[in-house]
Design a protein around this ligand. Structure first.
Ligand code: FEO
Ligand code: CA
Ligand code: CA
Ligand code: CA
Length: 703
């Protein structure tokens, strides 16, 4: 079944090389990866200190990483409950629709709630999140018993509404207006997107509960007002009828992965914002340059980006109010100040929220570039050095970026919220990654003196960040297989990125290039890459890379290049999180191996770039892969209920509670009886807290 959000963008027509081409060349030249195979992580890491990271709690960074994974692996599972490793308990809470304040009715299975009420309820499809310890109403990285959980709500499903994604048809209307949605349904959709900030307190039994009516409880949605900061703020391409100055916009959309900033703010993202926009026939008005730019972000003339159709609802009596028409970017007015032709340009950014300042608006940080952002991960900050952020663009054949701040890091800025964000995120240098054939890599700068596009004439740096994809095309950036989450090891400083899959890469297309295409289904199971910045300096413009792990079913020998077993095999890695000790947590968003097992969370103890060997793929390619997995270094910790994705992960400072999200349990399985996560007869997205039964540190040495 196709859902409104299922469209995976494929808008990169550039002839830049794909990573797979380079991978093969790199290995055939045998210039990378010697030795290392066979050493255990413990042997490699025994005495390495953690890199300093002032943003993490002192208590957590003092904890040693386990030398091996001792828990018993959770087996494959296809039922409707949650399975967590023995000795641990997993409990769902904060379900879709849960009221955050008094006066809002409890969520009901009939789903007849007003759209407006979702401004005061948990949204839908929980995704990335971060737990901020709080003492006395202020950020406290060492506090584990009370805190603010900031969480993304990525999109909405059909079952949010009493009648599903109901549409009325008008056969005489122009194509993008033919199907119409109800105003109340669109309001429910828009307000169930975005971010929730909720105050949580730990009870005596170790479990957390929502502090209802907390002054910090707040929703940021596709209907809230947002500031636009950074180099593109005020630019003519961001000016709309809503704000002719181009400094504010109406809404955030499609919050996917998440992270925190070194100063303790929440960094959310805008990923598949394309899904909610529509565009009619307007090329003659806006011109070919604007048309090229829109197409590069997936929105051609006479098209809708997905099935949401928010632009079609009537406010009353057939009048489509701005509330809805703003999602239709057709140029209809006299100028950009009379319509929403530029609204699309105001989405696709890293968005900063200060959870401790509920009065403040969210801020779109344009200098970090506009694309389908998955998450944003910072390198361990060093006093007196720039702050560095890594980001992936999750669409087929898109790129990996990094942003290096102009301002130099001062730990005194911890707790300064959006002011610190202004300091570190508005000015800096944006780079895109090029993976070279010889196992090295290069960061290329997106700037007026470096970018010369054959079809698109950049006007200024604002134009470059708004159209970062076009600028990156011109720089020869390397096309990747859907970059999802980025995370930086606190032990090695190496940067890891999940490349979830690429189903469109045919065997024919990869005959001489891509080692991972199989049965005409392309790179079906995904892999995880990593790199080491030159001299361990995150501002460097050179790096060395390898593939940390190839995901695959254990019995699919031809694709199982990391020696996975039934205890640690996985497909489509997506969420990725190094905890402060250096344990790597891997989550899956899979559709290719779900007959065998539901999506999952695994724990891993990775080593470093160059620790593996070369393997030969089914297409005869010699491919570098990291140290083979073993039960000491990679193990399944949790499996979610049928139909779900396991995504979003954060831990309390004492590492005794882990929060993960169960997104869309039961999707495409309306037929099954529902288990503990569901929260009612119709399964709902929820947060799950995981704790050890003895109250100890998760993966602590006592177990
Ligand atoms: Fe929202 Fe790329 O996952
Ligand atoms: Ca994801
Ligand atoms: Ca995904
Ligand atoms: Ca998802």
């Amino acid at each position: 079944m196709m859902h409104p959000h299922d469209y995976i963008e494929d808008s990169n027509p550039s002839d830049n090389p794909a990573f797979s081409d380079i991978l093969d060349k790199a290995v055939s030249r045998r210039t990378v990866l010697k030795g290392g195979a066979g050493l255990t992580a413990a042997a490699m890491f025994g005495s390495l200190p953690l890199l300093g990271n002032t943003a993490f709690a002192k208590s957590a960074t003092n904890l040693a990483r386990p030398t091996s994974l001792k828990f018993k692996a959770v087996p494959h599972y296809t039922g409707n409950e949650m399975m967590v490793a023995e000795g641990y308990t997993a409990k769902a809470f904060l379900h879709l629709g849960e009221p955050l304040v008094d006066g809002i009715d409890a969520f009901r299975d009939d789903r007849q709630h007003s759209g407006e009420s979702f401004m005061y309820r948990m949204g839908d499809n929980h995704d990335g999140m971060h737990f901020f310890g709080m003492t006395g109403g202020k950020y406290d990285a060492n506090q584990s018993n009370r805190g603010l959980l900031a969480m993304n709500h990525e999109y909405t499903n059909d079952n949010l509404h009493p009648m599903g994604m109901y549409t009325q048809e008008d056969a005489n209307a122009a194509p993008i207006y033919r199907k119409k949605r109800l105003a109340m349904d669109v309001r429910r959709d828009a307000n169930a997107h975005g971010v929730s900030v909720v105050e949580l307190v730990r009870k005596d039994n170790g479990q957390f509960e929502l502090v209802k009516n907390s002054r910090f409880n707040k929703r940021y949605t596709s209907s809230t007002m947002v500031n636009i900061a950074g180099v593109a703020s005020g630019n003519e391409q961001l000016q709309t009828k809503y704000d002719k100055k181009g400094k504010t916009i109406w809404g955030i959309n499609n919050q996917c992965g998440a992270g925190m900033s070194p100063w303790g703010a929440y960094l959310t993202t805008e990923e598949n914002f394309l899904n909610v926009f529509a565009r009619g026939e307007d090329k003659a008005i806006i011109g070919s340059q604007a048309d090229i730019a829109l197409a590069r972000y997936g929105l051609k003339e006479n098209s809708t980006g997905g099935g949401y159709l928010w632009h079609t609802a009537d406010d009353k009596d057939g009048v489509v109010a701005d509330e809805f028409s703003r999602w239709d970017i057709s140029a209809r007015g006299k100028s950009a100040h009379d319509d929403y032709r530029n609204a699309f340009n105001a989405f696709g950014y890293i968005v900063e929220i200060d959870p401790f300042n509920p009065q403040a608006k969210a801020v779109k940080r344009t200098s970090l570039g506009r694309f389908a952002h998955e998450n944003c991960a910072f390198a361990p900050p060093v006093a007196g050095k720039p702050v560095v952020f890594y980001m992936g663009d999750d669409a087929r054949g898109e790129y990996i970026y990094k942003f290096v701040s102009k301002a130099l890091w001062s730990p005194k800025d911890i707790g300064k919220g959006l002011k610190a964000g202004d300091k570190y995120m508005n000015e800096g240098t944006l780079y895109v990654a090029v993976f070279n054939a010889d196992g090295t890599g290069e960061w290329r700068r997106l700037a007026m003196d470096t970018v010369k596009h054959k079809d698109y004439n950049f006007k200024d740096q604002a134009d470059i960040v708004i159209h970062a994809r076009l600028a990156a095309d011109a720089l020869g950036a390397t096309k990747m297989d859907r970059p999802e989450w980025v995370s930086v090891s606190p032990i090695t400083g190496e940067v890891y990125v999940t490349l979830t899959n690429n189903s469109k890469r045919s065997v024919d297309a990869t005959d001489t290039v891509n080692p991972r295409s199989y049965n005409d289904k392309g790179n079906q199971h995904g892999h995880i890459i990593r790199w080491h910045e030159q001299n361990g300096d995150h501002t460097a413009t050179r790096f060395n890379w390898d593939v940390y792990l190839f995901a695959a079913p254990n019995d699919l020998t031809a694709q199982n290049l990391s020696n996975l077993t039934a205890d640690n095999d996985l497909s489509s890695p997506d969420g990725l999180y190094f905890d402060p000790r250096g344990v790597l947590w891997i989550q899956t968003d899979d559709g290719a191996y779900t007959k065998t097992t539901n999506c999952m969370l695994l724990a891993a103890l990775p080593n470093r770039v160059g620790d593996g060997k070369i393997v030969t793929t089914t297409t005869g390619k010699n491919t570098p892969v990291g140290m083979m997995a073993s039960e000491d270094t990679l193990k399944r910790f949790f499996v979610g209920p049928k139909g779900c994705e396991v995504t979003g992960i954060t831990m309390t400072a004492d590492l005794k509670t882990m929060f993960i999200n169960i997104q869309h349990p039961g999707e495409d399985h309306p037929d099954v009886a529902w288990g503990a996560v569901a929260g009612g007869k119709v399964p709902r997205s929820a947060t799950v807290m995981i704790a050890k039964n003895d109250g100890g540190v998760i993966l602590g040495e006592s177990f």
